[in-house]
Design a protein around this ligand. Structure first.
Ligand SMILES: [Fe+2]
Length: 262
């Protein structure tokens, strides 16, 4: 399993608070069958997260501890970049890290409202040869309300990463339901733990993968946990495949829900 989204590096953001926590998280991850982890500390423009050099140094320290503890995991540096109209500039100035040595970039969107400039940003990134991956779309309000919104971004050339915890109900029923819809409609390309600590959102994978087995085929699961993320590691491009349009089931319950919404 390759985890493409985690806050496993210590001292940086709201992830691992110290080295001991970081190592504990990595031990859990190893037990969960995770072989590679993309460490993706938050980058939020103008909020003092401009720490690419420091992040590299911290990664080196973590690697020393990994060796001491005999933990067989490779950590690859990236960022979870909060969307900004200046994102191209931030990449060009090397203020933010792409995922490892690849052209893939993990992007976070505001929970409440997706900016209207997102379509332009995807287009511009693609022109520059950069491939955006939208972090945890199932958590965004607009995607919950209309999962087909994500289809539009994928057709423009973005990929999407689902949080494994969303399948375990970690963020509530609505997000769990949305996660399943996105998977069933071929709108997800990568998986991540989005792990923040040993207890709050630990890097768990096995139970969520069992849930996945009831939603999509074994072959598709393998694409999400191995094949696609290995393409990031090897910096290879690939096609997202056809997305299916989500059609809301109009049962009596939904009819009543709609009626009482008004
Ligand atoms: Fe995150």
């Amino acid at each position: 399993m390759i985890d493409v989204h985690s806050h496993v590096l210590p001292f940086i953001d709201d992830g691992a608070k110290d080295m001991a926590t970081s190592i504990e998280m990595l031990k859990i991850a190893e037990g969960e069958g995770i072989k590679y982890i993309f460490a993706t500390p938050h980058y939020i423009e103008n909020e003092g997260y401009n720490e690419k050099l420091k992040n590299n140094e911290i990664l080196e320290q973590v690697n020393i501890e990994l060796k001491k503890e005999n933990i067989d995991i490779e950590i690859i540096l990236g960022n979870e970049v909060y969307i900004s109209p200046n994102i191209i500039e931030l990449i060009e100035k090397e203020e933010v890290s792409l995922l490892g040595d690849s052209n893939y970039l993990l992007i976070e969107l505001p929970m409440a409202q997706i900016p209207i400039y997102l379509e332009d940003i995807i287009y511009e990134l693609k022109l520059k040869g950069i491939i955006p991956i939208i972090a945890h779309p199932e958590r965004y309000r607009e995607v919950k309300n209309d999962p087909n919104i994500l289809k539009k971004y994928i057709e423009l050339g973005a990929f999407a990463q689902l949080n494994l915890g969303s399948l375990m109900g970690d963020y509530g029923d609505d997000i769990e339901r949305t996660a399943k819809i996105l998977l069933e409609h071929n709108m997800i390309h990568f998986l991540g733990t989005d792990a923040h600590s040993r207890t709050r959102r630990p890097p768990r994978a096995k139970d969520a993968i069992k849930v996945l087995e009831a939603i999509i085929s074994k072959e598709k699961i393998n694409d999400l946990i191995e094949i696609n993320p290995m393409r990031i590691i090897n910096n290879e491009e690939f096609e997202a495949g056809d997305v299916t349009q989500y059609k809301e089931k109009k049962g009596i319950l939904n009819f009543l829900k709609e009626k009482f919404k008004k």
